[in-house]
Design a protein. Sequence first.
Length: 317
Amino acid sequence: MNKDRYRADYVTLLLVGVVLALVPLGVGNSAHYLRIVTLMLIYMAYAVAFNIIFGHTRQLFLCLGALAGTSAYLSVVLVIKMGLSPWATIPLGIVSATLLGGVFSYVSVRRGLGVIFVGIVTLVFSLIFHNLILGLRELTNGETGIVTKALGAGVLESGRGSYYVILAVLMASLVLYHLLMRSRAGMAFRAIADDEFAAELVGIDVTLYKVLAASIGSALLGAVGAIYAYYSGFISPTEYALVSVDIVVFVTLLLGGMGTLLGPVLGGVLFTVLDEIVRPLGRLNVLVYGVLMIVLVITFRHGLVAVLRKVAKVRIP
C-alpha cells in the first residue's frame, strides 16, 4: 500500500514538472509573462523551504528574506570584489545561509524558546541584515543596490534559461522534501509538530531534527536567493525585505496547505494570480496580504490541498 502511494507521489511530481516545463511555451515571446511565471517558481521554492522549517517543526523563522539575501549579497560581493565566478560563490552563499539557519535553530532549542520568541529573534536578525546592507555601503552600495548583469552567470542571465534552472531547483527541493517525509527524519518532524514534549519523551532528539530542518530549509533559501540575484540583474535591500519575501511566502504556503507536498506549488499559482490582481494598488498590496494572512490563519489554515481532498475525495500529497 505504501509503495503504491509513494509511486503515485512520484508520478504526481513528474506531472507537475512536465506542466511547469511547458509553461514558457504558453507565454510565447513575452518577457513580461515569462518574468511572472519565473517569480511564481521562486515563490514555490521559498515556500518549500518554509514548509520544512515551520510546516513540520514549528520554527517560525521571520528572516526568510534575510537568509536568502545573505546568500545573494555574499555571492555577488565576492564576484565583484574578488573576481570569482558566480558558480563558485553561489555555493558559499548557500553555506552561509545554512549555517545561520542552523545556529538560530540550535540556540532557540537549547534556550527553550517558543514559537513566538523564535519569531522575535529571527525578526531581529532580519532587521540587522537590512541595516548591515545599508551600513556597509562600500561593499553593498546601500539602498542604491548592485547591478548583477554581465557578471558571468551565463544561463542565469537569460530569461528562459533562468526559468529552467529555477524549475530544476524547485523540483529537486520537492523530491528532497518527499524523501525526507518518508525517512526517519520525516517521522521525527511529524512527532515534533504534533507534540514536541511527547516526542522528546519517546526518545526523539528534538534538537538534532529541528536543526536539521532549519539547515535544509535555509540552504534552499540561500540557493534560490543567490540564483534570483543573477536572474533579476539587480539586488537591493528591498528585494529581500520582510514584506517582499517573508509575507509573500507565508501567504503562499497558507493558500496551498502547510505540511503538504503540493501545497507550495498550488499556493504559488494562487499567489501569482492574486498578486497580478492587486498589483494596481501599488504599496497597498502589502495591506491586502496582511489582511489575507489573518483571514487565512483563522478560516483557511489547512489550505487548498485540504479543500481538494475533501471535495474530490481523493488523496492529494
